[in-house]
Write a protein that binds this ligand. Structure first.
Ligand SMILES: Cc1cc2nc3c(=O)[nH]c(=O)nc-3n(C[C@H](O)[C@H](O)[C@H](O)COP(=O)(O)O)c2cc1C
Length: 380
């Protein structure tokens, strides 16, 4: 029996649910062309903006590895070390909208059946900045982009009105999404930062603004380690470093936790999962929690820059998984999407050796029913 890899996500038809996320693998026409030829169902372009972008001197991203012997996490290359994470302080695309526009058109003309999502970013402090979002959106969709991803998540923006600073402010999430939706003729996805206490709050704000999907996670705020011999940060410029973003295997469980919060809060909405995916085993967790598509960055960067082997593994893994579950009547992702979402419950709902004695961590009160978790008093 042949399996069906296709998905419809926010109304867009994908030949398969795997995308390269907005990052170096999608920073150029040649990369995106190679990615589509390799089999990716879609790409999200490197984020496009209108403000000046000047990256730091030297390396913009590096990879941390660890070994079974020392369990140290380091950017130093060591034989036999396994990937732990990526670390980056790269800004958005340093290419202009004028540079991107004809390329979006050419890519879509060459690959009409592949999905190209334009990632965009502007400020949010005033009406002029909101018009910048609209200009970016109108240009990208005018050139044929199938959808827009609003970057509310870059963790290392100096500007207070950009990137994850938007994603940390529910008011701005709503206002910017609404401004883009005013002009958008294609679906609008909002990529949120994981660096907030309650990501459900910002997601709700995006949905109020009209978002068609939430994308999570971008990288997690982090700094590189200090080399114990030189006492210098493993990545630095003139000895200095600033907060950057962690991606790759290390963030997989963290990102899944954010996604679980989101899909549980909004079971009928659309979600695209990112973080630590390199083959179908990890992608499966995102689908089982309710995601309709999955995106990849770090693993692709380390595989000939656009992940030809990663996409092969994702596709063969999906095919194998569906074939194994023919007996369950599963023919496509939709048949098992979200079936593990409801297995995440409160600690107090987890079985204990003797549940009768457990009152959500509080003393039981004689003669009364146990307090419900949302009724218990906050202790000083
Ligand atoms: C070097 C680098 C640059 C990135 N640039 C962007 C960007 O321009 N826009 C964006 O939304 N995310 C950007 N990201 C975040 C990735 O798209 C992705 O959300 C993150 O790396 C987590 O996925 P991963 O674990 O597969 O790497 C970047 C990540 C890296 C490593």
């Amino acid at each position: 029996m042949s399996v069906d890899r296709s998905v419809t996500f926010t109304g867009i038809q994908f030949e398969n649910p795997f995308l390269l996320s907005s990052a170096p693998p999608t920073e150029s026409e040649s990369n995106i062309t190679r990615a589509f030829e390799a089999g990716w169902g879609g790409v999200v372009t490197k984020t496009i903006g209108l403000h000046p972008v000047v990256n730091v001197y030297g390396a913009k991203a590096k990879f941390m590895r660890t070994t079974a012997e020392d369990a140290n996490v380091s950017m130093k290359k060591r034989p036999g070390a396994a990937l732990h994470s990526s670390w980056n302080w790269e800004l958005i695309s340093d290419k202009t909208l004028e540079w991107w526009a004809p390329r979006i058109r050419r890519i879509k003309d060459a690959f009409p059946n592949k999905v190209l999502i334009a990632s965009i970013m502007a400020g949010s402090g005033n009406d002029k900045e909101l018009r910048h979002w609209q200009e970016l959106a109108e240009t990208a969709q005018g050139e044929g982009a199938d959808g827009l991803e609003l970057n509310f998540s870059c963790p290392h923006m100096d500007r207070r009105d950009m990137g994850s600073n938007i994603g940390k402010d529910q008011g701005l999430c709503s206002v910017v999404t609404e401004a883009v939706k005013e002009v958008a003729k294609v679906p609008v996805w909002c990529k949120l930062t994981p660096a907030t206490a309650e990501i459900v709050v910002e997601a709700a704000a995006c949905f109020r603004g009209g978002a068609d999907a939430i994308v999570s996670s971008n990288t997690f705020p982090s700094i590189p380690l200090i080399d114990p011999e030189t006492l210098e940060f493993e990545i630095n410029v003139d000895g200095f470093v600033s907060s950057g973003g962690l991606g790759g295997p290390a963030i997989l469980p963290l990102s899944l936790a954010k996604m679980a919060q989101l899909t549980k809060a909004f079971p009928d909405k659309s979600f695209s999962g990112i973080g630590g995916v390199s083959d179908f085993n990890q992608a499966a967790s995102y689908f089982l929690l309710g995601c309709g598509t999955v995106q990849v960055c770090t693993a692709a960067m380390l595989d000939q820059a656009v992940g030809p082997n990663v996409i092969k593994r994702l596709l063969s893994g999906l095919d194998r998984f569906l074939e194994q579950h023919v007996k369950d009547g599963w023919k496509r992702i939709e048949d098992f999407r979200g079936i593990r979402r409801d297995r995440i419950v409160l600690q107090s709902d987890i079985r204990r050796p003797d549940s009768a004695d457990y009152h959500s961590g509080y003393e039981g009160v004689e003669g009364y029913a146990s307090p419900q978790p949302d009724e218990v008093p906050v202790r000083a």
